[in-house]
Design a protein around this ligand. Structure first.
Ligand SMILES: NC(=O)c1ccc[n+]([C@@H]2O[C@H](COP(=O)([O-])OP(=O)(O)OC[C@H]3O[C@@H](n4cnc5c(N)ncnc54)[C@H](OP(=O)(O)O)[C@@H]3O)[C@@H](O)[C@H]2O)c1
Length: 217
């Protein structure tokens, strides 16, 4: 595998993609953007990778994309999975659960509000270390194309409410003591999420728990 620092390709416009992919054996596709742009970027990448003779395309997706199709982002991810699988390239798709960073990012985005909103209704998540997912993706990239491989989830399942409260408290600021307000949303997709659509209990292979992640920051 060749790794060339500083070579940039824009999946939005296609600029620089040919140069970025030339002579590349394996590509790990982690780029993402909202909804339809995600699909267009993935199609642009698969076309360019085919032209460049890439031997292995690895794509990171999300556990439950097909079980919670009411989320536009998840619908787009499922479509991206299909594009990768039908690209004609040798491929591997790894679905992972929510990264620890997603939870802290969502809390940080609410730092100016008087409360911190989270998913209610007892929604549970099984967050995983993005670093561990990255390591697995790297191992997959240098291995044989595996199609859809076994999902990757974190070591523990906790409610979104507990995780949000822990992330807020870990900021160490007064703002961390704001009330956490669970939002219960209507609809089939939210019900599926409440029933565990985003979990992979039998694939709890991540070793870093959310508390460890917070403590190490
Ligand atoms: N976050 C989660 O909880 C989670 C869980 C499971 C799977 N995933 C999947 O993992 C992947 C990464 O997620 P993330 O949350 O780490 O995403 P992120 O932080 O939003 O990063 C997205 C990346 O996409 C790149 N990108 C955006 N537009 C681009 C373009 N036009 N051309 C080239 N690169 C472009 C960005 O590059 P720049 O920084 O240069 O803009 C950035 O590095 C996504 O496929 C996501 O669906 C995420």
């Amino acid at each position: 595998m060749w790794i060339r620092a500083g070579v940039r390709g824009d999946l939005g416009s296609g600029d620089g993609l040919g140069a970025a992919l030339a002579g590349t054996d394996a590509v790990v596709h982690c780029a993402t953007a909202a909804g339809p742009r995600d699909v267009a970027m993935t199609r642009r990448l698969t076309d360019a990778a085919r032209d460049a003779g890439v031997a292995h395309l690895v794509y990171v997706s999300i556990v439950g994309v097909d079980r919670a199709p009411g989320f536009p982002y998840y619908r787009a991810k499922a479509e991206c999975e299909r594009i990768v699988a039908e690209s004609g390239l040798p491929w591997t798709v790894l679905r992972a659960t929510q990264f620890h960073e997603l939870i802290t990012r969502v809390v940080a985005a609410q730092r100016w509000l008087p409360v911190v909103f989270t998913l209610g209704g007892g929604v549970r998540l099984q967050p995983v270390s993005a670093r561990e997912v990255g390591e697995r993706l790297a191992r997959l990239a240098v291995g044989e194309p595996g199609g859809r491989v076994a999902d990757m989830a974190g070591p523990e399942i906790r409610t979104a409410r507990e995780l949000t409260r822990a992330a807020a408290r870990a900021t160490g600021r007064v703002a961390g003591l704001r009330p956490v307000v669970p939002l219960r949303l209507p609809g089939r997709t939210f019900r599926a999420v409440r029933e565990g659509a985003l979990l992979a209990p039998d694939r709890a292979v991540g070793r870093v728990a959310f508390g460890d992640f917070l403590a190490a920051r």
